[in-house]
Write a protein that binds this ligand. Structure first.
Ligand SMILES: O=C(O)CCC(=O)C(=O)O
Length: 221
């Protein structure tokens, strides 16, 4: 009987073996790091999204973001015509954001420690959903109260090209392919580097379907 066929030209066939790749002085990609956590992570994520579903937010400039957003943790990141900020309440429901599931908090803390940042205690997890064509423009994460803690970013589902720039918007970014289960950690001297995501290509991920979900953990308060 013929074995399973692998499309060598599919993006997933390019997935890197597990390991740590340095992309900046204090920045790493941890390949496949979240895969052992997935079994517990996905039901926890479903539970969060049942309480605070994805919604499309509007930037202060009046543009509707192509990625849909939700949050969990003590603080959630929001944007509307009056600005970007963290809030304790989900503006859609008026209730606190769902608590950050322990599995998510642990995954983020372990990844941070393995990338050189021990004692990471995130209080905010922004959840971005990208359908094919959705993207995130180059930006800095600057709404947090202080920048001593790193940013930990978990990729699930469809692959994407992560843009990792410098400290000026005009610095040419590195293009880094991210796959299901990859985790990026940046902090210290790299904490305020510009970053973004190129438009996600069409496709259907075997586990996550036709979407990419990104979890970005920060200490915001
Ligand atoms: O989706 C990603 O990989 C990055 C998300 C991001 O840049 C952000 O939430 O600030």
């Amino acid at each position: 009987m013929p074995g399973p066929t692998v499309d060598l030209f599919a993006d997933d066939a390019l997935q890197q073996p597990a390991g740590r790749e340095q992309i900046g002085e204090q920045s790493h990609v941890l390949r496949g790091y979240a895969l052992p956590w997935i079994e517990h992570l996905l039901p926890a994520l479903r539970c969060v999204l049942a309480q605070s579903p994805f919604r499309q937010m509007v930037t202060p400039g009046g543009f509707t973001m192509s990625a849909a957003l939700s949050s969990c943790g003590e603080l959630g990141w929001t944007t509307d015509p009056s600005g970007y900020r963290y809030t304790a309440l989900d503006p859609r429901s008026g209730h606190p954001w769902p608590a950050m599931p322990e599995t998510l908090r642990q995954l983020a803390a372990h990844a941070a420690a393995d990338a050189g940042f021990s004692d990471f205690v995130p209080d905010a997890c922004l959840i971005n959903r990208y359908v094919p064509g959705a993207k995130m423009s180059l930006h800095q994460d600057k709404n947090e109260r202080c920048y001593t803690a790193p940013v930990v970013s978990v990729s699930l589902g469809l692959p994407a090209i992560f843009l990792f720039g410098g400290h000026a918007r005009s610095d040419k970014p590195q293009k880094i392919s991210l796959f299901h289960g990859d985790v990026v950690v940046w902090g210290g001297v790299d904490r305020l580097r510009f970053h973004g995501v190129m438009p996600v290509k069409d496709g259907t991920h075997p586990v996550m379907g036709p979407q990419r979900i990104n979890l970005t953990f920060r200490t915001a308060g």
